[in-house]
Design a protein around this ligand. Structure first.
Ligand SMILES: Cc1cc2nc3c(=O)[nH]c(=O)nc-3n(C[C@H](O)[C@H](O)[C@H](O)COP(=O)(O)OP(=O)(O)OC[C@H]3O[C@@H](n4cnc5c(N)ncnc54)[C@H](O)[C@@H]3O)c2cc1C
Length: 423
């Protein structure tokens, strides 16, 4: 059934979504298109959280979890190298340890296979769900491009190390074109001598502006009667059958159905509403280059260096790396500078005048799977958070699945792996 047909159904509900990041906005828009009345509460303007600064890649080939077998052996190195693609701040280690132990427990070959299977069901159709969610917007107003995504291998060792991941991708049906150095050079002429080949995930895409995409969704929601409230949520008034009001720094608001989509900040909200979840944050950085003076047309992921390179409407974005340091510690922008240094090795002519740096909080679960779920305690409360490295890619499909849950419809995708009570 299409969203339009479903909107004609009598199952109209008043739904409050907490969080106007890409995930909350997609949930609100999907629910609205099904005929629900939606209110979105955020302490900030739509799309200004982590969704603002990501690499903008709809990574339909990301069917592998972040944790790989044997990763635990790298933990000491992560503590010693604050500029590495993956690092842990010493001061945060005690708080991180329970999460890290769960993360490592999910790196056995059996778990990696199960997680990959579950991820595949939501990652691969991720871009198609955006097409459906935005099919009432003229194509030239949608800041999404479908030129694939290039996995770039700077040296032969990286290319060799990627073979197993690419075999898994192909086994799961991800369309990949393996490219030699000459073919990569044709696609990205500005690339320097450090390059041993690549793999083009042809069904992937990117947004030319993550912020513009969020703003487009917010504008559609508002145009169709949705309400936005700028307030920080501090708690809930709970009645016999669930929350009756949201407490905020701007007063209390009546709620019927509630969706928690507050990204990395969802943990205390979910706890107040029935589920204790092992949500932590993997902090990431970007450098935006407004005048890079190199011609890059396809987005690229350089896994060995831990970041992506994406052509956007306002310049070239270098974005990625993982830093475990919690929600409150100040950014270490030297990590963003390290991105630039590494990118200059790949693109020797890259210019950095006017560069801007940013840090954001990925909402990360230790099994690399999001929470897309009904609360275990309150039947009219739903959770949509924990999308880690893939929140942009998974926004629209999450919206679809949350709308199915809110309206009690059978979903086309099995949501069991994403339940909040799976831990
Ligand atoms: C460097 C980097 C690169 C990335 N690259 C990619 C990529 O290429 N592709 C991809 O798919 N993903 C990528 N990601 C991941 C992606 O950005 C995130 O998974 C996604 O943005 C999470 O969206 P969200 O809506 O859950 O969270 P957010 O965008 O953080 O939104 C949560 C919202 O909740 C609000 N909020 C929180 N607490 C409260 C409260 N108490 N009261 C009111 N409002 C509240 C916040 O203000 C915020 O607006 C990247 C992430 C980083 C850091």
């Amino acid at each position: 059934m299409t969203d339009r047909q479903q909107a004609e159904s009598p199952d109209r509900r008043n739904v409050t979504v907490i969080g106007a990041g890409i995930v909350g906005l997609c949930c609100a828009r999907a629910l609205q298109r099904r005929g629900c009345s939606v209110t979105v509460i955020d302490r900030d303007e739509p799309g200004r959280g982590t969704s603002f600064g990501n690499a903008g890649i709809f990574a339909t080939g990301s069917v592998l979890p972040e944790g790989k077998p044997g990763l635990w052996k790298r933990v000491p190195g992560m503590l010693l190298d604050p500029m590495g693609p993956l690092t842990i701040r010493y001061s945060y280690l005690p708080r991180l340890t329970p999460w890290m132990l769960r993360f490592i427990a999910n790196t056995t070959p059996r778990r990696v296979e199960e997680i990959s299977q579950a991820l595949s069901t939501i990652v691969q159709p991720g871009l198609r769900h955006y097409t459906e969610l935005l099919d009432d917007v003229p194509a030239d107003q949608v800041p999404i491009r479908r030129q694939g995504c290039l996995y770039l291998y700077p040296n032969a060792a990286d290319a060799a190390a990627a073979k197993a991941d690419n075999a898994t991708r192909q086994r799961r049906g991800v369309a990949l074109e393996m490219l030699g150095p000459d073919e990569v050079r044709q696609l990205v002429p500005a690339i320097g001598p450090d390059m041993a080949g690549g793999a083009l995930a042809t069904a992937s895409g990117h947004t030319t502006s993550p912020l513009a995409l969020s703003q487009l969704l917010a504008a559609r929601i508002a145009a169709d009667g949705g309400t936005f409230i700028r307030a920080k949520v501090t708690g809930f008034a709970i009645g016999e059958s669930g929350p009756t009001h949201v407490h905020t720094d701007q007063g209390d608001f009546l709620v019927e159905d509630l969706v928690i989509a507050a990204g990395a900040f969802s943990k205390p909200l979910a706890k107040a509403l029935g589920n204790t979840v092992p949500l932590d944050t993997e902090r990431g950085y970007h450098v935006m280059l407004p005048a890079p003076e190199v011609d890059v047309r396809v987005p690229m992921l350089v896994s060995s260096l831990g970041f992506g390179i994406t052509p956007m409407s306002d310049g070239l974005r270098l974005a990625g790396t993982v830093e475990f340091g919690g929600l409150t510690a100040p950014p270490n922008y030297a990590r963003a500078d390290a991105l630039l240094t590494k990118a200059k090795r790949l693109f020797p002519d890259l210019k950095d005048s006017g560069a801007e740096r940013w840090m954001g909080h990925r909402p990360s679960m230790p099994d690399s799977l999001p929470v897309i779920s009904r609360s275990s305690r309150f039947p009219r409360v739903f959770f949509a958070f924990g999308h880690g490295h893939l929140g942009l890619s998974l926004g629209a499909v999450t919206g679809r699945l949350i709308a199915d849950l809110v309206q009690d419809r059978g979903a086309e995708i099995d949501t069991t792996p994403f339940r909040a009570d799976r831990f």
